[in-house]
Ligand binder design. Structure first.
Ligand code: MBD
Ligand code: FE
Length: 305
């Protein structure tokens, strides 16, 4: 029996092949056909996304050449490893952070240091040091030498000894090791274990901002959107300690014109740091600095796990 509501009904009646179908019948079949349960969550999300895309194609009258140009772009995006640039640039990474903040708010969990997006350029397993290290060791970089130091604290303000501060940033060309074949492994990437007072410190050279690679699938989209692909100067962190929630964050360097215009929407109040210039290197000799240096002080405040 065929009713008017059935996705497979057709004006010609019941004898017509069910392989001829309306757009809605096609969507219903795509989203319901199966030989096993599969994964319910994946089925539900796929059905939603496919439905939204069918609607977009129909309502925006997407032509076949436009559709295939888009799939070609996606294939090139994947092949060049740039999907993470697009998720950041279209706001998805920041959206997930906002949603985690909202969940904390609802649960009444005290805020720690604001979280900021990880971005697509983290590499696990950087060299590990206790208390202090030099990120720029072996790297001949232009730029201002600075020392960053502070403590890792728990939600009660107590120092967290033995916390791991994983830090990474770009070189003077705005490029990240591992993704840039010109740099040695783990260049400008280190892990630092905090001392008994929860302290860490490191020396490095202030990075410039980051710009998305030109002549790439990412720049194609941003050009077509009339958008720039710049980030302000920033340093990334992941701070981990037993019993504490992993904190993924970044600091931006005060004064960068892109601090309020980051293509990845990652700047947050409380994460824009001042570089104190002309600080005496006395007390920082173990970091190999002399004369005067730039200094950033920053404490990380973790949330309970
Ligand atoms: C970066 O350096 C970055 O941190 C993010 C989030 C996106 C692109 C490049
Ligand atoms: Fe970055």
């Amino acid at each position: 029996m065929t009713t008017a509501e059935s996705p497979f009904s057709s004006p010609q009646g019941d004898n017509v092949s069910k392989n001829e179908m309306s757009k809605q019948a096609l969507l219903d079949r795509v989203n319901t056909v199966r030989i096993a349960d599969g994964n319910e969550r994946v089925r539900a999300l796929t059905a939603r996304i496919v439905g939204d895309l069918f609607k977009t194609i129909d309502e925006m009258d997407v032509q076949p050449d436009e559709f295939w140009a888009a799939t070609d772009w996606l294939a090139r995006l994947g092949a060049t490893g740039q999907i993470g640039l697009i998720t950041a640039g279209l706001g998805f990474d920041r959206l997930l952070d906002i949603r985690m903040d909202e969940a904390d708010e609802r649960a009444g969990i005290a805020k720690g240091t604001p979280r900021a997006i990880e971005g697509p350029l983290y590499v696990a397993g950087a060299p590990l040091s206790k208390y202090e290290t030099c990120l720029d060791e072996g790297a001949e970089l232009k730029g201002e030498t600075f020392v960053m130091e502070g403590r890792v604290l728990d939600a009660k303000g107590q120092p967290v000894a033995g916390a791991l501060v994983d830090v990474w940033h770009a070189n003077d060309q705005g490029r990240y090791s591992h993704f840039d074949p010109a740099q040695p492994a783990y260049n400008l990437r280190r892990r630092i274990e905090t001392d008994a007072e929860g302290r860490y410190r490191f020396r490095s050279k202030l990075p410039p901002g980051y710009a998305i690679p030109p002549n790439s699938p990412t720049s194609e989209l941003f050009d077509a959107l009339g958008r720039h692909g710049n980030r302000p100067a920033h340093v990334h962190f992941m701070v981990a300690a037993p019993g504490q929630r992993l904190l993924t964050t970044q600091v931006n360097i005060s004064g960068d014109p892109y601090n309020d215009d980051d293509f990845a929407f990652a700047t947050r109040d409380g994460l824009v740091v001042e570089v104190e210039s002309g600080v005496s290197a006395a007390g920082y000799e173990s970091l190999g600095v002399t004369g005067s240096i730039g200094r950033v002080r920053f404490d990380f405040v973790l949330q309970p796990a």
